[in-house]
Design a protein around this ligand. Structure first.
Ligand code: URA
Length: 216
């Protein structure tokens, strides 16, 4: 199942436009905040899908039965570009536990790349919804690698994948690998460059959030 958050116009479209705009995206604070906002909207949508339970609460005047999230999710992301989108999801699903994966693209002499994962910290995800935030779902290779390692920490009840911008190829790859995953994307772009960048895309989400890195 895939939901494209910009299909019906809302402020999400404005935030994506600002993320893409070569002038506005230079404002790092706004860039990170717009990523966060997309994460917040995705979290709100995901919350409608979570398992619920009835609990009793006491107000100053009475006791009532209300509906609540039954099992708190685990929110994860891939360092470093995923942090602002992740933070947006956590802003709303604020009782969740969190996990982090560090992965990078290792380029060879021909500029082909493979994904190297070198750090993972994650709570038990057994019996809980797992949310993975990846702002730019390009080839899907780093996401698949991250999810593969995360799933060593248990079997989640649901798998939610959140991206601000996805390529059609990335979406197809993820749907093939994880047919039961629920995918929430800001927008889908048609193309990928030979270097695995989404086009029109927005450029390098990590550099735009935190400054240009030295390492390729
Ligand atoms: N990561 C990015 O930051 N941008 C892309 O277009 C693809 C992956």
């Amino acid at each position: 199942m895939i939901t494209v958050l910009s299909d019906n116009f809302s402020l999400v479209n404005t935030w994506i436009n600002e993320l893409r705009n070569v002038d506005i995206q230079q404002d790092r604070l706004r860039f990170r905040r717009n990523m966060e906002r997309i994460g917040e909207i995705a979290a709100f949508e995901i919350s409608k899908d979570l398992e619920t339970e009835e609990i009793e609460i006491t107000t100053p005047l009475d006791q009532i039965k209300v509906t609540e999230v039954a099992v708190q999710p685990v929110i994860t992301t891939i360092l470093r570009a995923g942090v602002p989108l992740f933070q947006g999801i956590l802003n709303y699903l604020d009782k969740a536990d969190c996990g982090f994966v560090a992965a990078y693209r290792k380029h060879d002499a021909n500029d082909y790349f493979s994904i190297k994962q070198d750090y993972l910290t994650c709570p038990n995800i057994d019996g809980r919804p797992l949310i993975v935030a990846d702002p730019m779902l390009a080839t899907g290779a780093s996401l698949i690698e991250a999810i593969k390692h995360l799933l060593n920490h248990g079997t989640p009840t649901q798998l939610h994948i959140v991206a601000a911008i996805a390529s059609q190829q990335g979406v197809d790859t993820i749907q093939k690998e994880y047919p039961n995953a629920k995918i929430w994307v800001g927008v889908i772009d048609e193309n990928l460059t030979s270097k695995g960048y989404i086009t029109p895309g927005l450029g390098d989400a990590g550099d735009l959030s935190y400054g240009e890195k030295l390492q390729r």
